[in-house]
Design a protein around this ligand. Sequence first.
Ligand SMILES: C[S@@+](CC[C@H](N)C(=O)[O-])C[C@H]1O[C@@H](n2cnc3c(N)ncnc32)[C@H](O)[C@@H]1O
Length: 249
Amino acid sequence: MLAFYDQDESEFYGLCVADLLRSRPGMRRVHEFGAGSGHAMIDVIRRVGFRGMMHGFELDERSATSARELIARSGLAGRYQVCHGDFFADLDPGDDRECVVANPPYLPLLDDRPGFPHLSGGHSGSTISKRILSAGFGTVLLMISSYADPCSVLEHARDRGYVLTGWMVLPLKMGEFTRRPAVLRRINAMALAGTAFVAGDKYLLAGGVWDRAAEGSHDQSALLSHVMSSFGTDEADGVPGVIAAPEAG
Ligand SMILES: C[S@@+](CC[C@H](N)C(=O)[O-])C[C@H]1O[C@@H](n2cnc3c(N)ncnc32)[C@H](O)[C@@H]1O
């Protein structure tokens, strides 16, 4: 497979990660699920001037190799490493799980052996997202799609003891993998069942930040659930572009 990089999607993911790192300058060790081409994080590290260490994992060997080459050419080897392997299997159990960032695979597919396995999020598109939320990190930044059962992802995070402390949403046009017939068929079936929310060939991509519940923290997941599940309905007609959550206070 060619290393994943979608200009709109990967740049929005980068924007969300940059926002997180800027707001928490003390963060020193960040894990990344699925580095893809490595472009997105290289841009973030440069823009933010991140001084910590980003540990990326990438399942696809060719993507991992090209990400490493790009990191070496960028002169950022002391800030960003990408290991070829399965994030879930290769995470060191003794590692400090301070923060994980991810733009995970979220294509909903019924096929258990799809042609593009590294981009499949399972039957409803939310399987990998939920596994990341179950991996025991203190802070999780995760991209979630309105066509991949977003409300159940938000519910899963709450069940795991997280509160959603920040989020941004962007309407995006479906990319080349989403437009494959098997994926579209699945999205249409899920839309009828009320677990996918699209407007024509557009969907909403949200970048959410979850933290372990702490006294006084205000969970915004009901609000994000409402935004995601309103997409494609009359209520959402006014959605103009990036929507940022109100500051928690
Ligand atoms: C949607 S792409 C995002 C790539 C990149 N972060 C970006 O936004 O441009 C998801 C990436 O996760 C990788 N991936 C899928 N399952 C993985 C796993 N279990 N461990 C590590 N990487 C995985 C895929 O190969 C793919 O490169």
